[in-house]
Ligand binder design. Structure first.
Ligand code: HEC
Ligand code: HEC
Length: 259
């Protein structure tokens, strides 16, 4: 109750007299017109799943993984999976824009056909669902291309790290995900719904993207609200071990280049 009146206040703040509002995170300034446009687009393209109030309870949401995760994201919860920011923080505008553009394989369509402007308007609108977006100053990671080559040696080192960090406990010894016999853990997401660890041998289904940088980002920042932990304390963007691990994951679906 308190939260929802908070939301209404914050939303009406945006609508006051067409002035410019600077939002608390990475993207540029947003006008009230952007928000109005974003709301109209949201009504047409997102409401069915994410719900009128952004709580992930749209009319179609009950057909999506009713007994298992994921449900459509609840934008008011302050918990986001696809971030370039450390665990527990809000995503950047770029993160939201990327998810909207690329979609989530198997769960959410990609909206790349919308104009860039429309996608930014959607970002502006979904941010009105949570006050957390206004309060936070974000420090996203910058991930450059892998500094080391994708060789057999690197893959071997990555395989050792995969064992050392216990990734296989959830993802299976050979990365085949939560459907094999090695699936020992009864995994649940933060709403108590059963969730499977990703099949790492099928990168086209990776929700956070399958480029080396995207895989590195998922490993470093974790997928909040799921059992996938953040390894930011253990690994860092500039460290070779991170990229060995990424190479190991890539080797599950493609062959490394000769050394
Ligand atoms: C067919 C249902 C469906 C539609 C339509 C849909 N979504 Fe989603 N969306 C989902 C589901 C399901 C998830 C959660 C996937 C997961 O957690 O793995 C999600 C997650 C997201 C996320 C990820 C947030 C995070 O945790 O990082 C964003 C952002 C998002 N949706 C925005 C939108 C926007 C904007 C639209 C409209 C342009 C839209 N969605 C339309 C089902 C939908
Ligand atoms: C406690 C269980 C657990 C451990 C340990 C774990 N993961 Fe995960 N991981 C998950 C779950 C569950 C998901 C899927 C979340 C989802 O679908 O929303 C996931 C997702 C991922 C993704 C993102 C895939 C995508 O869809 O974009 C990558 C990459 C990944 N894990 C790699 C690793 C690596 C590498 C390690 C070890 C360093 C590891 N995981 C350790 C449970 C785990």
């Amino acid at each position: 109750m308190f939260q929802s009146s908070f939301k209404i206040i914050s939303f009406s703040l945006f609508l006051v007299g067409g002035c410019l509002f600077i939002l608390g995170s990475s993207h540029a300034s947003v006008t009230s017109e952007d928000i109005v446009n974003g709301k109209a687009l949201y009504g047409k393209a997102c409401l069915l799943c994410h719900g009128e109030g952004g709580e992930g309870d749209g009319p179609a949401s009950f057909f999506i993984g009713s007994y298992s995760a994921p449900r459509p994201r609840n934008f008011t919860s302050g918990t986001f999976k696809f971030r370039s920011t450390p665990s527990g923080e809000m995503p950047t505008d770029q993160d939201l824009f990327r998810t909207i553009t690329e979609g989530i394989p198997g769960f959410m369509p990609s909206f790349y056909r919308m104009s860039e402007n429309e996608r930014w308007n959607l970002v502006a609108y979904i941010k009105t669902f949570s006050m957390d977006f206004m309060n936070e100053i974000l420090l996203p990671l910058t991930l450059k291309a892998s500094p080391i080559a994708f060789t057999t040696k690197s893959v071997q080192r990555g395989g050792d790290l995969y064992g050392k960090f216990g990734c296989g406990k959830c993802h299976g010894e050979n990365g085949e995900g939560g459907s094999g016999f090695s699936y020992s853990e009864d995994l649940k997401d933060s709403s108590g719904l059963s969730i499977r660890a990703t099949d790492l041998t099928s990168p086209s289904f990776f929700k956070g993207g399958s480029s080396p940088e995207s895989i590195a980002r998922s490993i470093l920042t974790g997928l909040d609200g799921t059992p996938m932990p953040s390894y930011l304390g253990t690994l860092s963007p500039g460290e070779n071990d991170l990229w060995h691990l990424v190479h190991f994951i890539l080797s599950l679906s493609r062959a490394p280049s000769p050394p």
